[in-house]
Design a protein around this ligand. Structure first.
Ligand code: HSE
Length: 313
């Protein structure tokens, strides 16, 4: 496809951390997500043509927008054979904990690779999206960008050197994600975390994370349910989300396997054994947010196993 001049790519929203996997585990949703349209230009630079659907909130400066940053870093790595004009179509909420900046950078870098004739594998695109994440929130974590790029559940075993592991997705697993209408900036949500852990908390966290991975391999929903616990980030970040404790309790009473904060919040996700269960759980979580005066949107989804897709326009 190196001979085409433009391409439009959709990349999905993601749930990072997945309770016990702070900064090392995430999964991709089927919806929502972002679309990025790239067009080749002869000048060797990356320009933002338009950003749609963001109420003017995202940077138009190509050095600060995650889509253009990721595309430019990729072009630099392959020798800048051409330039790009970038249009970002925001189709998901920002500062929501659903990996909005990651969806844009993943769509952009995937599209840039396609326009270049795919010189790099999809996995090799990951570092460029992490660099964009650093520009967006000051931290090059990969637990949104890796699942957005690769689909499914992805574990980051190591950051240096980068080593990511794709995990199996048990059949039928569905997710209800509820986005209350309030914003939390990832930068702020990271600043409030304790910099040191008690050994007893670390033991609980790695026990749960290891069991969660085992549950995905075994398709063991009971073990998955017992493993969806976070004693590291949730106790602090939950305080930033009005009604969080009640929302979580309601989700669990309604039959969710587990419930926690999506990424740095304020969205809250519940994993469920079926889409039917996810519908009921999503409704119940939304009502619990309404009780504290917060409007919200519910996203019901299976686990996205394909990552970015090219849209025919
Ligand atoms: N792991 C990151 C965090 C995800 O929790 O800060 C941010 O979306």
């Amino acid at each position: 496809m190196a001979d085409r001049d433009s391409v439009s790519v959709f990349a999905p929203a993601t749930v990072a951390n997945v309770a016990s996997g702070f900064d090392v585990l995430g999964f991709a949703l089927e919806r929502p997500g972002d679309t990025v349209v790239l067009r080749k230009i002869p000048q060797k630079r990356v320009e933002i043509l338009a950003v749609e659907g963001d109420n003017g909130q995202l940077p138009r400066d190509p050095d600060r927008n995650t889509a253009s940053v990721a595309a430019r870093r990729f072009l630099e790595a392959i020798g800048f054979p051409f330039g790009l004009e970038v249009t970002v179509r925001k189709q998901m909420p920002m500062s929501s904990g659903l990996g909005s900046s990651a969806a844009s950078s993943v769509a952009a870098v995937y599209a840039a690779n396609v326009l270049s004739g795919s010189p790099l594998t999809v996995r090799q695109l990951l570092p460029f999206t992490m660099q964009a994440e650093e520009v967006a929130c000051g931290s090059a974590h990969a637990d949104n960008v890796a699942p957005a790029l690769l689909g499914g559940f992805v574990l980051i075993r190591s950051y240096e050197p980068l080593d990511v592991v794709q995990l199996p997705v048990p059949g039928g697993l569905a997710v209800a994600t509820v986005h209350p209408h309030t914003e939390i900036k990832t930068e702020d949500a990271r600043r409030i975390l304790k910099k040191e852990l008690r050994l007893s908390d670390a033991v609980r966290q790695w026990g749960n994370l290891a069991a969660l991975v085992a549950a995905l391999f075994q398709g063991d929903m009971d073990l998955l349910s017992r493993s969806l616990q976070d004693v590291v980030a949730e106790p602090r970040r939950g305080l930033l989300i009005p009604g969080f404790a009640k929302v979580k309790q309601t989700a669990l009473h309604s039959g969710a396997l587990g419930c926690s904060i999506s990424g740095s919040g304020p969205s809250v996700f519940s994993l469920c054994v079926s889409m039917q269960k996810a519908k009921a759980v999503g409704r119940a979580m939304q009502s619990a947010f309404a009780e504290v005066g917060l409007d919200s949107d519910v996203y019901l989804s299976g686990i996205n196993q394909s990552g970015p897709v090219i849209l025919e326009e």
